[in-house]
Design a protein around this ligand. Structure first.
Ligand code: GLP
Length: 251
């Protein structure tokens, strides 16, 4: 794991957006894996700005999102379909047929999950996957206890994740109880991973990630230790519990 320390959220977003645009410049047909949540919003904002300036085009890229809530129609204001449309898709030129997000309304979620995996494989896998991290170490919606060999599947959300995401909904009762998510195995097969973390509320998770060393299914982000090309881009607040000594064995 490589650690890039950013001054603040703004700088973290700039670094991540630059790494994504460089990837697309080097390989215009890159397959990009996208995440949702508060953390990558700044990155998307910067990608939109770069596109509007004519600094990058996304005409040939393909995108796969990590996850989607079960039971929310794509047009629901809190679906990850809507999130991606608002944050990135409506403002850039990624063709509709080249954007993939799991369908949380599928009547057969197991076959939807299997089809999603097939699509990823048909595109030769994901070149660059953007990831956030939950306070409990979840990645995508892979909650503590998830087996690391799992591929795209349906998950029950933990009370803490539902609570964390309740800020986007009118009431707790409206927060979906399940989601479809890429599995940890799917994520680990991405050729490159950018893991973003910002804010004091992520400091415990980042500390645990940096100091943990041993993979532990109770802390899903620790599955990433085995990844050969992982960059953690974190701001000073997220890194505030990890001393220079803790970080010293990373480049
Ligand atoms: C959600 C998403 C994750 C995201 C995480 C952290 O549950 N499924 O992909 O990384 O929460 O979200 P945030 O960036 O808002 O802290």
């Amino acid at each position: 794991m490589k650690i890039l320390s950013a001054k603040n959220y703004e700088e973290m977003s700039m670094i991540a957006a630059r790494m994504i645009t460089e990837k697309v410049e080097a390989d215009p047909k890159a397959v990009l894996g996208f995440a949702t949540g508060g953390t990558p919003k700044g990155t998307y904002e910067k990608l939109v700005a770069a596109f509007k300036k004519g600094a990058v085009t996304f005409q040939q890229v393909t995108t796969f999102n990590l996850d989607e809530y079960v039971g929310l129609p794509p047009e629901h204001p809190n679906s990850y379909h809507t999130y991606m449309n608002e944050q990135l898709f409506n403002e850039t030129n990624i063709p509709v047929g080249q954007r993939f997000i799991p369908n949380g309304l599928a009547s057969d979620l197991q076959s939807e999950a299997a089809d999603y995996e097939k699509q990823i494989q048909a595109h030769d896998g994901i070149d660059l996957q953007l990831l956030g991290i939950g306070k409990n170490g979840h990645i995508g919606f892979n909650e503590p206890g998830t087996v690391f060999t799992q591929r795209t599947h349906r998950v029950a959300l933990t009370p803490s994740t539902r609570k964390a995401n309740a800020r986007y909904f009118e009431s707790m009762a409206e927060v979906p109880t399940h989601a479809l998510t890429m599995g940890i195995q799917t994520i680990l097969e991405s050729k490159e991973i950018l893991l973003l973390a910002a804010g004091r509320h992520k400091a415990e998770a980042v500390y645990r990630l940096i100091t943990g060393q041993q993979p532990d299914e109770q802390f899903p982000a620790s599955s990433l230790y085995s990844h050969p090309n992982l960059t953690l881009i974190a701001d000073e607040e997220a890194l505030s519990l990890a001393t220079t000594h803790d970080r010293s064995h990373f480049s």
